[in-house]
Ligand binder design. Structure first.
Ligand code: NAD
Length: 262
């Protein structure tokens, strides 16, 4: 595998299990990337990934190095382990950022500091100024920062893009996108991190629709405003569990997005 970029995935949760690890394993099988390591806060999710029967069946003989080791007690937490692992990588590898939204920035900073290219799950960061800083730093160092918007690869969106660009849909004027996630998601790890001080349902889901409109039409967003309703999760923490967002585009068009854990 020498000579091929090493990959370090930071975050071993749902999106790593169903989307990122299978994609990276596939790239490894095709000979595009080299060794894979995965960092999580503790060994719990790493064990789940290492023993996932579907991954084992689909990617026979492929594996990853776990940080911390899967033999450690899942009660032991390693919040800074990713810094050590990234610092130990060869230059110009790939760091895949797949931790909760509010932790993207510190992982991105560690990756840029250590000359690593980045593939980050959405939303890249939570403040516009931080996005500008990341872009500037990466440009200065000649590094790529990609945001993983995999809905761009959905056939329906590719077809819509071609038709829009062929003029078959006319001009974008008004749009509406609605995704209310399942109620039972409130019981998942969301309640530990997607709380008022960290993120909200619009930043979490609505960013996809903003990206889609841009991807399909080529237009850029100009202004955004969001109204959020605060509600308690089962563990008593509070989150913006219902949101209504409005995005104004450079041609004056308007996209309305409703998102909820409802
Ligand atoms: N459609 C999409 O593009 C899509 C879908 C789902 C999630 N996401 C994004 O993916 C990210 C993760 O979501 P998820 O559902 O997998 O979350 P999750 O709660 O299932 O997993 C989070 C993971 O981050 C790890 N983690 C937390 N702090 C860490 C630290 N300091 N060091 C290393 N690892 C740490 C945890 O151990 C856990 O494995 C979020 O930013 C979310 O917005 C994108």
């Amino acid at each position: 595998m020498s000579g091929k970029p090493q990959v370090c995935i930071v975050g071993g949760g749902m999106i790593t299990q169903v989307q990122i690890l299978p994609s990276i394993y596939h790239l490894q099988r095709m000979g595009v990337v080299g060794q894979i390591s995965i960092c999580a806060l503790d060994s719990g999710p790493l064990k789940t990934l290492a023993h996932d029967p579907m991954l084992k069946k689909a990617f026979v003989g492929q594996s990853f190095t776990a940080y911390p080791s899967i033999d450690t007690d899942p009660k032991d937490k390693f919040p800074d382990k990713f810094k050590e692992v990234i610092a130990g990588m060869d230059k110009y590898g790939i760091v895949v950022v797949a931790v909760p939204d509010q932790f993207h920035l510190p992982v991105i900073e560690a990756a840029l500091e250590n000359d690593q290219h980045i593939c980050c799950v959405k939303p890249l960061v939570l403040q516009y100024e931080d996005a500008e800083k990341v872009a500037k730093r990466a440009y200065e160092k000649g590094l790529v920062v990609g945001v993983e918007y995999h809905k761009r690869f959905d056939d329906r969106n590719l077809i819509a893009r071609r038709k829009y660009r062929d003029g078959q849909f006319g001009k974008f004027r008004l749009g509406q996108a609605i995704l209310h996630e399942c109620w039972y998601y409130r019981d998942s790890n969301f309640q530990n991190w997607c709380t008022c001080e960290n993120s909200d349902m619009f930043s979490y889901i609505g960013c996809h629709y903003i990206d889609m409109v841009h991807f399909i039409t080529g237009l850029l967003p100009k202004r955004v405003s969001v109204y959020g309703i605060v509600e308690e999760y089962p563990n008593g923490k509070e989150g913006f569990l219902w949101t209504d967002g409005r995005v104004i585009w450079e041609n004056g068009a308007c996209l309305n997005g409703q998102n909820a854990l409802g």
